[in-house]
Design a protein around this ligand. Structure first.
Ligand SMILES: [Zn+2]
Length: 213
């Protein structure tokens, strides 16, 4: 395969450092996980964005989170174009096979995917609709339609949070999710991470709003 290149030196050095230090510190845990399999505490859906680091946020070790990442940390509706099965497959495995007790969706500040949909819905992103990104983020439109009036910066931030809630709604359209939630074996959680401030907000259902943890 002529397309496969050696890793850049910077990554190779970091791997060697992890192998010599990080791995040896965690070797007993990793051996147990390798022998006994995984039993994660939660499934986490977060954005592909390199600045969102859910394992660091929660000081999670290997085996703690079953993580799925996609553009804009979005769960598409069960009725979305039939070929969007990547997220659904991850959900199905985590809930029906691993039986995770918690499902956490982590939105974040300055999300390019949410911004793309905002621009798309505002008519400011000609051509985006024909791209793979556009075909994916267009499913966030219901979050745009719920935004209050206001300045653009506030509306985009509000949409990042509204999109997380839309994902929770969409989750309940998957029979195996609804069944687990209704049986009390699965709890859903909606979070939003302000990258620059290092803070996390959680949606409080009683107050109907996100609040800082
Ligand atoms: Zn993002």
């Amino acid at each position: 395969m002529q397309y496969a290149h050696p890793l850049p030196d910077t990554l190779l050095e970091r791997y060697k450092s992890w192998r010599d230090n990080g791995f040896s510190e965690n070797e007993p845990l990793l051996r147990t996980l390798a022998d006994d399999g995984q039993s994660p505490q939660a499934m986490v859906i977060s954005c592909c964005d390199s600045r969102v680091h859910v394992t660091s946020l929660f000081e999670a070790a290997q085996g703690t989170f079953f993580v799925h990442r996609n553009i804009a940390n979005f769960v598409p509706p069960n009725t979305a174009d039939g070929d969007q099965t990547g997220t659904a497959a991850a959900l199905e495995y985590a809930i029906t096979v691993l039986k995770v007790p918690h499902l956490i969706i982590v939105g974040h500040s300055a999300c390019g995917g949410v911004r793309g949909c905002y621009d798309l819905c505002s008519g400011n992103a000609p051509g985006l609709e024909d791209s793979f990104v556009g075909k994916w983020v267009k499913h966030l439109r219901p979050a745009f339609d719920r935004l209050p009036e206001g300045g653009e910066t506030d509306r985009v931030t509000a949409m990042e949070k509204e999109a997380v809630l839309l994902s929770l709604e969409n989750l309940m359209g998957y029979g195996f999710v609804a069944a687990a939630v209704n049986a009390g074996t699965l709890q859903l959680h909606a979070l939003w991470n302000d990258i620059g401030a290092g803070t996390v907000e959680a949606f409080d259902a009683e107050r109907g709003a996100f609040a800082a943890l």
